[in-house]
Design a protein around this ligand. Structure first.
Ligand SMILES: [Zn+2]
Ligand SMILES: [Zn+2]
Ligand SMILES: [Zn+2]
Length: 334
């Protein structure tokens, strides 16, 4: 089945009610825009030709963007708005769904899960599945439409747009909430002895590999690996946080990079503190605490997790003492 058809079927499938309040990519309409452009450029040879010639000349000057008078007014501004809406909708809904149970801590979580009615669990897993389908289908639609744009115009604008999405932190498949959702599925399945395996079919993880990863398989069989290695300590992330740029670190590592004691937390980082990987500033204040991922690692790498917890606690005690010693020194002046 062609993707266009699959996407249309998806939009009018069982989840219509769920999609009611969510934006989605206007795949069909954007495709029509491109089709019209191709026809007009073939017919009159006027509309896109000038810009194409210009592009030939400028091939070396990468900074100069190709422009298409027919498509560009609508195409990228509309797509950008759709993508931000979809990212906003997905992040809000995923946050709400995930917040339901991680607040209880692991023991409460397992208990709650065992007592919880099967129907409730099913409803939750079902909503998670719909959210995941929502984000993956739209992400594929975006990739396809951008590729088409570049093919029609033989441009690189589509690719440039992709980096723009990354810079604006709205690239759908890089949302930390997607990793959290994946961890939720793997956790549910772990607690419930595999009864929910149909839901986590798209997610798997390999935590024993030298580079531990969570893997997402998209409906078009493309796989995406999310590295679970902390770029600072080079170990598997522990008590992980995702900064606004999307990079994952252990809480203790992120705190040390931002020069704040662990017990004060990442919110206390100054706005000019930068991510250790991409050097972007201002990414600490809205960092996402990856609690489902932490539960997953706690359950599946028990020994390592315990060791790391003991080390983190010792560090917190040490830092707290140093911090108060400093405060006292300031207060009494020696
Ligand atoms: Zn065009
Ligand atoms: Zn680390
Ligand atoms: Zn970063």
């Amino acid at each position: 089945m062609k993707f266009g058809e699959a996407f249309r079927e998806y939009l009018h499938g069982d989840q219509e009610k769920f999609l009611d309040k969510c934006s989605h990519v206007e795949y069909k309409r954007l495709k029509k825009v491109l089709k019209r452009c191709r026809r007009s450029s073939l017919g009159s040879q006027e509309v896109c030709r000038d810009s194409l010639e210009e592009q030939e000349e400028d091939r070396d000057q990468e900074n100069r963007l190709f422009e298409c008078v027919v498509c560009d007014q609508m195409f990228f501004s509309e797509l950008m708005k759709e993508v931000s809406d979809i990212a906003g909708c997905f992040n809000t809904k995923a946050r709400r769904l995930l917040h339901l149970h991680v607040a209880k801590g692991m023991q409460g979580y397992v208990l709650w899960f065992r007592q919880c009615f099967r129907d409730d669990k099913l409803a939750m897993a079902e909503e998670g599945r719909m959210l995941m389908e929502y984000v993956t289908m739209n992400a594929i639609a975006i990739r396809k439409i951008l590729k088409k744009y570049d093919k029609v115009h033989s441009s690189v604008n589509g690719n440039v747009f992709k980096s723009k999405m990354r810079a604006e932190h709205i690239e759908l498949l890089q949302s930390p909430w997607l990793i959290e959702l994946g961890a939720l599925f793997l956790n549910i399945n772990g607690v419930d002895g595999g009864r929910f395996s149909e839901f986590c079919g798209n997610f798997s993880c390999d935590l024993d590999a030298s580079e531990p990863v969570m893997r997402l398989t998209l409906p078009n069989s493309v796989t995406i690996d999310y590295s679970l290695t902390c770029a600072i300590c080079l170990d598997t992330v522990f008590n992980p946080y995702a900064l606004s740029c999307g990079h994952l670190f252990c809480k203790s590592c992120a705190c040390s990079a931002a020069f704040v004691p662990i017990f004060l937390g990442l919110k206390e980082a100054t706005p000019d503190s930068k991510c250790s990987i991409c050097r972007e500033a201002g990414v600490y204040q809205n960092a996402v605490h990856m609690m489902e991922l932490d539960l997953l690692l706690k359950q599946r790498c028990k020994e390592n997790w315990k060791e790391r917890m003991v080390a983190e606690r010792a560090l917190i005690v040490k830092q707290t003492k140093e911090y108060w010693d400093m405060q006292t020194k300031y207060a009494i002046g020696y």
